[in-house]
Design a protein around this ligand. Structure first.
Ligand code: ADP
Ligand code: MG
Length: 535
């Protein structure tokens, strides 16, 4: 590439290596795209299921994270290949919509791609494959709805919800504590849920991590917990009937925005300036106090001078409150976020029953809880654990569980896990293939094979022989017409997933199959890749 100038002196760029650009067309392009995407899916397949492996990912600056969450793994893999990137997006869209099932969706897409590759080798046109997959997908989705079951989310102290949360947590690092964490997640969601509207605003559940203690010490706190303490140790530790002034401006004299010079030529001048600055602080504190506020939460800091004045004026204050906390507090207490001291008015204050400092475990560190917020109920899950790595992974796992519970509140239909739902769909899709007389039937059959790939993968990951266990499950499903037969990953002695209580949401399974099919269809439509040589 070089820069040249035309007769008028305007620059233009000459691309010299046009001919050398890498270009792939037709079958070669399909195959190379499929292989790249499959490579990503293969890495994830060992992470699927309750005995799936975790991945350790080291970022360029040396941060280590250990995770089992599909979306997190592909996100941190720093994938370059454009088609492989589609799988990253696939996992992320499952994460955004549903929250759980992010590994499964990528693994399924990988299995579909594998099948597509064999079909291409047989000489079947990519569009026919696409069509066949599409039709098979519709059949599978319809079948999922017929085998789904409604659960009663209220019965037995929300036992069904807890079980579903346990299924989501069972495959994670924190699986030993899945029951306790599942209960916490269920209580948290139900606390903020609007059951009449079947809606849950997940923003009202704050997940706070704090290293120290162990995962068992994780607890649910009603109210908003912020990892800050009062700005001065002698301020009161508890403010009842709190009227909160939520500030996004710093407690400090205004700084000139453009360059100004101040000439101080005498000691008197200096004193005047000092007094003037002091006056700013006094005015600010007065503005806050006059509004009736009895506690100030400030997104910015303030210096010792201001801190001292706040103490003298008996106005407890907290500094460096994070932006997300500010928003949550505003939402829950009805406070308006105030950007200038002049704008403080009594109506803009937020109200809460109590703001107090609390201490957890044996550590000296204190945190603040805002309880009984006026507008909406908000809760905090405080996650403890031995290291940053553990609490981070616990946070991701609890997020999955919370999403599952939210989805069940929205739509209480479930299917059973352990690969049973996929297997049942595979059987149905195979039956459908026999009715199709055109070329698509090959693709439809392959779709069924790909669905079978999920139980296969689950069995493989927990050390069972994939072929025998899937064959056994399939035979039993057909014989007993029971779509709940799957893989006994935990070796509990039964392959009926209803007995094992492995609940998965219908919405998640549906979304998985739909999204995976969509992405594979998209990859199959690319027949020409033009890219710079160095990739
Ligand atoms: P994802 O990120 O896709 O949720 P997971 O690692 O959580 O991946 O694995 C989910 C899969 O594991 C689902 O197919 C689910 O049915 C299956 N599964 C979860 N728990 C069990 C269990 N106890 N026994 C058998 N299968 C299980
Ligand atoms: Mg999961």
């Amino acid at each position: 590439m070089s820069l040249a100038f035309d007769d008028y002196g305007r620059p233009y760029i000459i691309l010299r290596d046009q001919g050398q650009k890498k270009r792939m067309k037709g079958l070669e392009a399909y195959k190379s795209n499929i292989l790249a995407a499959k490579a990503v899916a293969n890495t994830l397949s060992s992470s699927l299921g309750p005995k799936g492996m975790d991945k350790m990912l080291v970022s360029p600056d040396g941060d280590v994270s250990v995770t089992n969450d599909g979306a997190t793994i592909v996100e941190k893999m720093e994938i370059q290949h454009p088609t492989a990137k589609l799988l990253v997006e696939l996992s992320q869209s499952q994460d955004a919509e549903i929250g759980d099932g992010t590994t499964g969706v990528v693994v399924l897409a990988g299995k579909l791609l594998e099948q597509a590759l064999t079909l291409l080798d047989k000489g079947i046109h990519p569009l026919k494959i696409s069509d066949g997959f599409d039709r098979a997908c519709d059949v599978a989705i319809k079948h999922l709805e017929t085998i789904s079951e409604e659960i009663d989310i209220q019965a037995n102290e929300h036992e069904a919800l807890i079980q579903a949360a346990c299924t989501a947590l069972g495959s994670k690092v924190v699986s030993k504590r899945k029951r306790e964490l599942g209960k916490i997640a269920v209580t948290a969601v139900l606390d903020v849920a609007d059951l009449a509207r079947r809606d849950v605003n997940l923003d009202l559940i704050k997940i706070q991590t704090k290293t120290g203690g162990s995962v068992e010490d994780t607890r649910l706190i009603s109210g908003i917990l912020i990892d800050k303490d009062m700005s001065h140790p002698q301020m009161p530790k508890e403010v009842k009937d709190a009227k909160i002034c939520l500030l996004t401006c710093p407690f400090e004299p205004p700084k000139p925005k453009t360059k100004h010079n101040i000439n101080i030529s005498s000691a008197d001048d200096y004193k005047k300036l000092y007094l003037q600055e002091q006056q700013y602080f006094v005015d600010m504190v007065k503005l806050v106090k006059n509004s009736g506020a009895n506690i100030a939460l400030c997104q910015w800091g303030f210096d010792d001078e201001a801190n001292h004045l706040l103490l003298q004026n008996e106005l407890p204050a907290v500094r460096w409150v994070s932006g997300t906390d500010v928003e949550l507090i505003a939402m829950a207490t009805g406070a308006r976020i105030i950007p200038r001291f002049q704008e403080i008015t009594p109506e803009k204050l937020g109200k809460a029953g109590c703001v107090k400092e609390v201490q957890f475990g044996t550590s000296n560190e204190r945190m603040l809880v805002i309880e009984n917020c006026q507008c909406t109920k908000a809760v905090t899950i405080l996650i403890r654990g031995g290291s940053q790595m553990i609490v981070d992974e616990a946070k991701r796992s609890i997020h999955d569980a919370i999403c599952v519970i939210r989805n069940l509140i929205k739509d209480n239909r479930i299917v059973y896990g352990g690969g049973s739902a996929e297997l049942a769909c595979a059987i149905q899709v195979l039956q459908y293939a026999d009715e199709v007389s055109s070329v698509e039937q090959y693709a439809i059959r392959s779709f069924a094979d790909a669905l079978e790939g999920i139980p296969c993968c689950l069995a493989d990951n927990c050390g069972l022989n994939p072929i025998t266990s899937v064959a056994q499950a399939k035979a039993l499903q057909l014989k007993e017409n029971n779509p709940r037969i799957g893989i006994d990953c935990m070796e509990l002695g039964t392959i009926d997933m209803k007995e094992q209580k492995i609940y998965e949401t219908l919405s998640s399974k549906k979304q998985q199959i739909q999204l995976a099919t969509q992405v594979v269809k998209m990859i199959l439509k690319i027949d020409d890749v033009i890219a710079p040589d160095d990739y």
